[in-house]
Write a protein that binds this ligand. Structure first.
Ligand SMILES: [Zn+2]
Length: 419
């Protein structure tokens, strides 16, 4: 406004000079009419200049209160900070156009407009509606899981949600570094929302050695005069075992029944245990096996389906019939049998001189990281085995081993086939 006063002052001054100049002309007896015409024209021109100056110096402006760029979180209410109109002689009407949709992420303009004569004067404020909130992932099931070394981790599920995107479970990326070794592993869940906010969480998987060493005592070649004593020891120590039996006379029917009655597994070894005969052909093998199977069925009512090849599946005594074992291991499985070899040999049918040998052959070869299938023989003259059995059971238990009998669900423990 100060400048405007100077302009008015200058114009008035110029006009006074014109008036003085006019008066001087009148004194010099110039035509009064012409002088007045000159003055009127000068007056109109100066008035025009004055109007232009008034217009130019009096343009109103809008001054925004607060920031010109405003950031708000999505779903928050947008409250405009307001404005002031500068250079306005009167209360000017300001039109505010506010298109901010605070429910939707984006950049919006708030426009403030005033009309000055025919000219629009505008000011714009930028409003950024942003989503800076991270999504969340909710893990279903335990967040710390303990598994055995060989156990497979099964994902127990998760859900992910975002304040803006809603359910984003499908966008979750899952990675893990789980190995079949003892250790601490992580399953990492990461999700990113549509605004680029990232959230990550994890589940801990502890892989431990959960196989405390199961021992499957397996007695071959019985029943015998030793079977009752073996059953007594097993009963005293509350241990269940597996008996791979051979043909038996009627005197042994009761002991075969007792094996079953006391909760042990009755399994098939061979009717004749005659290598030359049973490995002469597939047919001969199955004749022998099925003969024993029906006998056991008759005695006990049980359909025995666990078997052990005489000499084991790795035997070389069958070499006289090339490839017979390769055929038999395939065929017995096709016929619905599970065959078991052993991974601990007590050598009580040869090699072990006394009960100490039997004991150490067993104890030294037990391994807590596996199922231990122990080969022992149920033979009448096998005193060293009977003498070692109680110590083997008691000492194994005190070392944390547990005993079990072989069932159809027991993972097969087999040798490599050599013929
Ligand atoms: Zn045998």
């Amino acid at each position: 406004m100060d400048k405007f006063i100077y302009v008015i002052f200058s114009i008035v001054l110029v006009y006074i000079i014109i008036i003085i100049f006019s008066l001087l002309k009148i004194l010099k007896k110039k035509s009064i009419k012409k002088v007045i015409l000159f003055d009127v024209i000068s007056f109109i021109i100066l008035l025009g200049i004055m109007c232009i100056c008034y217009y130019s110096y009096n343009i109103p402006t809008i001054k925004l209160r607060g920031d010109k760029i405003v950031k708000i979180n999505v779903f928050d209410n947008y409250v405009d900070a307001g404005y002031d109109v500068i250079n306005s002689s009167k209360n000017m009407k300001v039109t505010v156009e506010n298109n901010v949709d605070s429910d939707k992420v984006g950049i919006y303009d708030v426009e403030y407009t005033i009309k000055h004569f025919n000219k629009e004067i505008k000011e714009v404020r930028k409003v950024q509606v942003v989503d800076e909130e991270k999504p969340t992932i909710k893990l279903l099931g335990e967040t710390v899981i303990t598994l055995g070394i060989d156990s497979k981790y099964n994902e127990s599920g998760y859900t992910a949600s975002d304040n803006y995107d809603g359910d984003i479970t499908k966008k979750v990326k899952v990675t893990d570094n789980i190995k079949n070794e003892i250790g601490k592993y992580e399953v990492i869940y990461t999700v990113e929302d549509s605004s680029g906010n990232v959230f990550s969480t994890k589940r801990i998987i502890n892989k431990i050695n959960d196989n405390n060493g199961v021992i499957y005592l397996t007695f071959d070649d019985g029943p015998s005069s030793a079977t009752s004593k073996i059953l007594d020891i097993l009963k005293e120590n509350n241990v269940k075992a597996t008996f791979f039996i051979v043909n038996y006379s009627k005197w042994y029917e009761d002991v075969v029944k007792r094996i079953v009655d006391e909760g042990h597994t009755i399994a098939l070894h061979s009717y004749t245990h005659n290598y030359k005969l049973i490995y002469s052909s597939e047919e001969a093998y199955f004749d022998d096996l099925l003969k024993l199977k029906s006998k056991v069925k008759e005695t006990t009512g049980i359909d025995a389906n666990i078997i052990r090849f005489p000499g084991g599946s790795s035997n070389t005594v069958s070499k006289f019939n090339k490839g017979i074992m390769t055929k038999l291991v395939k065929k017995v499985k096709e016929e619905g049998f599970h065959y078991f070899d052993w991974n601990v040999d007590s050598k009580d049918a040869g090699g072990a001189k006394d009960s100490n040998d039997v004991y150490s052959n067993d104890m030294n070869n037990l391994n807590k990281n596996r199922n231990n299938v122990v080969l022992i023989h149920d033979l009448g003259h096998n005193i060293k085995t009977i003498n070692a059995l109680t110590s083997i059971i008691k000492d194994s238990k005190s070392k944390g081993y547990t005993f079990s009998k072989i069932t159809y669900d027991t993972p097969m423990v087999v040798h490599g086939v050599n013929n």
